[in-house]
Design a protein around this ligand. Structure first.
Ligand SMILES: C[S@@+](CC[C@H](N)C(=O)[O-])C[C@H]1O[C@@H](n2cnc3c(N)ncnc32)[C@H](O)[C@@H]1O
Length: 248
């Protein structure tokens, strides 16, 4: 269901039709609120110049990663890269891997492209769309070596917890996309969300916790500090990393 399905319910006649046909119109719960904001000139220029080579348009068709990157290297998918600084650093530090970043915030996508252009990274592609839909329609089964989700919106209030992107159904949809031996890596600076992530991942079938402690792992040195994480540090927050491997 999309928003336009919801808008149909704003029309009384259609409401009646819905009643008559006993169709159910359920509004989709999203993990973000669209806050478009203004693009800076630098961000807009980067999109104009680099989208043709580094941008991937949303379509309900699976991506051929070998064609997209021009090689068959392992693919790392990151959801919600923000302004993209840590994603670019990871891409720069691991030229033997391919990175696909998905972010709904347009200026963040522009900033990421601008910095990626300056850094000269060639193993990074970006998308500007709801990652939940990208996952469902565009990512082939067993095509990912790593799935990373760093500091997703915590949706602090209990009545908003349903908006958290990490839910059992989300992990269920993610699981087949990972190759066997592939890894889910999450991090958060919100303890209550960390506990929720752990609970959901422990309950998911076919995953093994890589942490020797059986819960959280220290930050691996290949994960750079992110912008939100630095902000969390300034506020005195802790950080929890979770690493789970797909074992079957
Ligand atoms: C709290 S920020 C963290 C950004 C970055 N990972 C960091 O640590 O600095 C969460 C980001 O996830 C993005 N986001 C939330 N839900 C998303 C979705 N369904 N698809 C793509 N991006 C999403 C938001 O736009 C936001 O930029």
């Amino acid at each position: 269901m999309t928003e336009h399905d919801q808008s149909a319910t704003d029309n009384g006649t259609e409401d009646n039709n819905i009643e008559n046909t006993k169709e159910k119109y359920i509004r989709k719960i999203r993990s973000f609120v669209k806050r478009e904001g203004r693009m800076t000139k630098r961000q807009q220029t980067a999109i104009d110049d680099l989208w043709p080579t580094m941008g991937v348009d949303y379509q309900e068709q699976q991506i051929d990663f070998t064609e997209l990157f021009g090689n068959a290297n392992p693919v790392v998918l990151e959801i919600g890269f923000g302004m993209g600084k840590s994603l670019i650093e990871m891409a720069k530090n691991a030229p033997e891997k391919n990175f696909l970043g998905i972010e709904v915030h347009g200026p963040g996508v522009g900033a990421c492209l601008a910095d990626a252009g300056e850094a000269g990274v060639t193993n990074l592609r970006v998308m500007n769309h709801d990652a939940v839909e990208v996952l469902e329609f565009m990512i082939p089964d067993q095509s990912l070596s790593t799935f990373q989700l760093y500091f997703p919106d915590p949706w602090h209030k209990a009545r908003h917890h349903k908006r958290r992107i990490v839910q059992p159904a989300f992990i269920e949809n993610m699981r087949p996309k990972l190759a066997i031996g592939g890894v889910i890596h999450m991090a958060t600076d919100w303890e209550n969300y960390a506990e929720h992530m752990l609970e959901v991942l422990q309950a998911a079938s076919d995953f093994k916790n890589i942490s020797t402690e059986g819960d959280y792992a220290p930050r691996p040195d290949w994960r750079p500090l992110t912008k939100f994480e630095s902000r969390g540090h300034r506020l005195g927050h802790g950080v929890w990393d979770l690493l789970f491997e797909r074992i079957s």
